[in-house]
Design a protein. Structure first.
Length: 287
């Protein structure tokens, strides 16, 4: 017996049986189209041995497609009724694959993944926490090697933007610290219940070869990024004045790092920000 994916009637019946009323607070929009979840799994380019971390599995639409693909799935769900029902749903719709599902009830921003070493993140992320969740998992789950997340199209644009883009900012730079990323398609609102009033986009990423989660300059680099974009209309000399201890010191650090003080944060690469942070560290060490 194979896997039966959830259609619109299945999703509504499951929600009704569980007494689930989708909430904006939890960003709940459930996918009810089998073709869409299969497309997401294909776009994720998973290897057969990938252990998939799914955040916010909801009623299980994407979970079933991941299991159908042959992967082990660790699903983290913040809503207790949904977390409790997922094993039963998989047992009914994918009985031969139930032993490859692990469900953890909790907040993905706080949960401990003890005993699990996921290699891929594949998730339909609630729009209000998408960026914090992706960055937190990249920082705290060193086994991750790749991922594909469905987010609001506007968020997808920000995450994948490059220097010089109007939407390039803190999320763009911080994701680039960990991984290369690209947009992997759009998802129409019509495949969700309830129908959101925004378009969704897929973001694929590949983690860079070096494990950057423990590099000491990460918090220092991110501090520069936050300062540069807090006042993005200002030049770096002005925007980094508070961070550096004054505009003169900011200019000195920038020039030593090979960065023009008259530039703005949106014009810098992640490598530029890293050099600025490293230069300040060297300056502090030399007294």
């Amino acid at each position: 017996m194979g896997v039966t994916l959830l259609g619109p009637a299945d999703v509504r019946q499951l929600a009704e049986r569980l007494g689930i009323r989708p909430t904006k607070q939890l960003g709940q929009n459930f996918v009810h189209d089998p073709n869409t979840v299969r497309r997401i799994v294909r776009a994720a380019e998973l290897a057969p041995d990938d252990v998939v971390l799914e955040v916010g599995p909801g009623l299980g639409s994407l979970t079933l497609a991941l299991l159908e693909n042959g992967n082990r799935v660790c699903a983290v769900e913040i809503d207790p009724p949904l977390a409790g029902a997922l094993p039963e749903t998989v047992g009914k719709y994918a009985p031969e694959h139930a032993d490859r599902l692990t469900v953890i009830a909790g907040d993905a921003l706080r949960v401990e993944l003890s005993g699990v070493a996921p290699t891929a993140l594949v998730a339909n992320l609630p729009y209000n926490v998408a960026v914090p969740v992706v960055l937190h998992l990249l920082a705290t789950v060193p086994s991750l090697r790749r991922g594909l997340v469905m987010v609001q199209k506007e968020v997808a644009d920000r995450l994948t933007a490059g220097p010089g883009s109007r939407v390039y900012g803190v999320p763009s730079v911080k994701l680039a610290w960990y991984a290369t990323s690209r947009q992997a398609g759009k998802v129409p609102a019509s495949v969700f219940w309830p129908v959101p009033n925004v378009e969704s986009g897929l973001v694929a990423f590949t983690v860079l070869g070096d494990d950057k989660s423990d590099i000491p300059t990460r918090p220092e680099t991110f501090a520069v990024v936050d300062a540069a974009f807090a006042q993005r209309r200002k030049t770096l000399r002005a925007a980094l004045a508070g961070w550096a201890g004054g505009p003169v010191e900011a200019e000195r650090i920038l020039r030593a790092a090979g960065v023009d003080p008259k530039l703005r944060g949106e014009q810098l690469t992640v490598e530029d920000f890293t050099r600025i942070a490293s230069q300040r560290r060297r300056a502090a060490a030399s007294g």
